[in-house]
Design a protein around this ligand. Structure first.
Ligand SMILES: NC(=O)c1ccc[n+]([C@@H]2O[C@H](COP(=O)([O-])OP(=O)(O)OC[C@H]3O[C@@H](n4cnc5c(N)ncnc54)[C@H](OP(=O)(O)O)[C@@H]3O)[C@@H](O)[C@H]2O)c1
Length: 328
């Protein structure tokens, strides 16, 4: 296992790869808390510092789980969490970014995590009803109160990022970015780079699809949210398998896995990029960390990109309702 290098999100030092904790409580079928806590501890043992959770994941369960895992190891962790989905799981989406909600959500997250401060606090989705200045103004007050150290946004659009950053420095943008989701590259990534905002790609393994593990819907539990995501549904999954076939070929030639190649591609987007692959399992955690050592040349990167031409990706990354809340 290689040492995990350090990267910076704005001025916040983090491990070059974080660990996404969502699947330990939410979305991807049944999880086992003991297994998840062992994986979280293994991540810290191996030098991962950035743990990513949100109040929405498992309606609070995920923050409590992460809190239990880091109790006694708080100083080793850069704890990132998010607010913004005011609905509970399964209820219609309700995004809230008003100042009163920001304050209340932060206090609730601190309680569930069992900590006195959050290292990186993100707005999970921009509230279309509330000016971003109000939301970030309230987040900045949390920094002044010592409850939060750094601020982030998730799935914010370029203009929103500029307006937010004018109120208080934004350290990180967490948005979906992977070989099959590249819509932030044209406009949003350049704005982040201009402003010195770090990039945290979520679902860097394409929600696991790019590892080649999901070759049919039968591989997903009945309750798995991916069943209702267009890229996995309606025959699109079968069409998208062409990407995985090509990735497997390229990976085999380098004696790595398709998932490692997909992750290495994300890591090569720049020194300001810190992906947060999600896993509940130590085996995958270790495999994903080993991708940090995969060096890719310009020719390698071009070959990997040719495996996933945007026009050949079948299905959008979210359903129509969820798409209305991204990049805005
Ligand atoms: N800001 C947002 O709106 C947003 C949205 C989605 C996610 N996120 C964050 O981003 C994190 C990562 O995204 P994600 O979990 O959606 O997608 P991902 O990291 O692309 O993929 C996770 C899936 O891949 C599987 N997996 C991981 N490593 C693997 C490997 N080496 N081989 C085979 N399968 C592997 C996991 O399985 P197991 O779990 O079974 O190990 C899980 O099903 C989340 O945990 C969450 O913290 C944020």
């Amino acid at each position: 296992m290689t040492d995990v290098p350090t990267r910076y999100l704005g001025e916040l030092a983090v491990s070059a790869q974080g660990l996404g904790c969502m699947g330990m409580s939410h979305g991807y079928g049944a999880a086992d808390d003991a297994q998840s806590i062992a994986t979280l501890n293994r991540a810290l043992d191996l030098g991962v510092t950035l743990l990513d959770t949100a109040d929405f994941y498992g309606s609070g369960h995920n923050e409590e789980l992460v809190g239990r895992a880091v109790a006694g190891r708080r100083d080793e962790v850069v704890l990132a969490t998010k607010f913004g989905f005011a609905n509970r799981l399964g209820e219609p989406t309700l995004i809230r970014g008003d100042a009163a909600y920001v304050r209340q959500a932060c206090d609730a997250s601190l309680r569930r995590l069992g900590v006195d401060h959050i290292d990186l606090y993100y707005q999970h989705r921009v509230d279309p009803q509330v000016p971003i200045e109000e939301t970030v103004g309230a987040m900045a007050e949390l920094v002044q109160a010592g409850k939060v150290r750094h601020l982030g946004l998730s799935e914010a659009g370029a203009q929103t990022i500029r307006r937010a950053h004018a109120v208080h420095p934004i350290s990180a943008l967490q948005s979906e970015w992977s070989l099959w989701t590249r819509d932030l590259e044209a406009e949003i990534v350049p704005v982040c780079r201009e402003l010195g905002i770090g990039l945290v790609p979520f679902s860097p393994l394409g929600r696991g699809f790019l590892t080649g593990r999901y070759d049919s819907l039968d591989a997903l539990a009945e309750s798995d949210v991916r069943r209702s995501q267009p890229r996995f549904a309606d025959g699109n999954l079968e069409r998208n398998l062409a990407i995985v076939a090509k990735l497997n070929e390229l990976a085999a030639a380098r004696s790595v896995t398709a998932g490692q190649l997909a992750l290495a591609w994300v890591q090569h987007r720049g020194d300001d990029v810190v992906p947060i692959p999600g896993t509940r399992r130590q085996r995958y955690l270790e495999e994903n960390l080993a991708a940090l050592a995969v060096e890719l040349t310009a020719d390698d990167l071009a070959a990997i990109e040719a495996a996933a031409p945007p026009e050949r990706i079948a299905g959008s990354r979210y359903d129509a309702n969820s798409l209305t809340f991204v990049n805005r």
